[in-house]
Design a protein around this ligand. Sequence first.
Ligand code: EPZ
Length: 423
Amino acid sequence: MDQIIVTGNGPLDGEIPIAGAKNACLTLMPAALLSDEPLTLTNAPRLSDIRTMTALLQSLGAEVAALQGGQVLAMAGHALNGARADYDIVRKMRASILVLGPLLARTGQAVVSLPGGCAIGARPVDLHLAALEAMGAEMELRDGYVHAKAPAGGLRGAVFEFPLVSVGATENALMAAVLARGTTVLRNAAREPEIADLARCLRRMGARIEGEGSAEITVEGVDRLGGATHPVVVDRIELGTYMLAPAICGGSVECLGGRIDLVGAFCERLDAAGISVSETDRGLKVERRNGRVAAVDVVTEPFPGFPTDLQAQMMALMCTAEGTSRLEERIFENRFMHAPELMRMGARIEVHGGTATVTGVERLKGAPVMATDLRASVSLILAALAAEGETVVSRVYHLDRGYERVEEKLSAVGAKIERVRGG
Ligand code: EPZ
């Protein structure tokens, strides 16, 4: 397995291009199953999760061609084969469950493996199933698979209120509703920018959707969808991650393609910590105003609140902040696995239930550490950038799921970072 070696190397300076959003692409790709005409995505990120979703769609009979090094995905769902979404693919990537709604809406049936849990939590899919059942689907859980069937005349529009905000369940329900008969109203829907991006793409394909980005989305079902070409929205989590590099190391970095509207709550916390963010005509410029950053408190919430996917990275910044910071993780039940690894680098962190209390130290020290999940792994890289000495991060396959060419992007702004190919 590959390792990444980082040596603390002082302030950073330069520019980092931000890729298309992994979590937008992972819901835009299954949308190709809704139509028998081609869907082409541009600005697609080059990540292992995208390659996993490609393999899954191909196993279902869709054609997916990765062009221009993977930045363009040309897809066609005209020859679906009724195959099931197999456990050996689904267990690698939970987002596979997002083929359920489109398959059900387009073909009237779907057999999809239950994703199972992952490192950060049990990750149930009950809300996905409940929303589709509200549209008339019959669901049977058998030998680890969801066997779903639409009514003879197809899914019916429904009014459904989510008991808690779920990004994936909102995406599955939205994709099913665009081909359901009649009107669907999704209440307490997730408001993430990736859902707004999905709605924009579906509208290009001929869907009739209103309210995306708000808590209530209304869909008028149509008989069929056409094809489209759609640019994947910029990745707000990769953006926030790289904004933290100059925050932790000092210096000034311009994140190309960054948009302030995608990271509002995150920027408010950076400002409180003493990090300045300014909009340029190419993206967002981030500089550390003076000396040590100030400790600030963080509570993760659904968008537009502080994103859970930036909690681990923010903790890395707080490890060397002046004062004590409380980070409350309200979305997932086990998302502090980066804490013990940061403590190996000298961080002072106490975890009690869903809250981590970080007492800042002057400087961390490099150490061998282990990546446990996607965002935890990049928080270790961030901490290592400013640590004294060398840090070796193992199990970086977690990192490659969500960050393309991380060592190239950080080296380009002066970081001392290299990948060592593993056995
Ligand atoms: C999406 O996961 C993202 N993944 C996650 O990013 C992100 O952390 C999460 O949204 C929250 O923003 C993709 O978009 C591929 P949820 P998702 O359904 O849809 C509970 C990353 O690092 N829940 O909004 O799975 C669930 O257990 C990944 O890129 C149910 O109880 O998240 C969690 O506690 C990690 N029943 C909460 O809701 C359900 O049926 C929010 O989960 C569904 C979810």
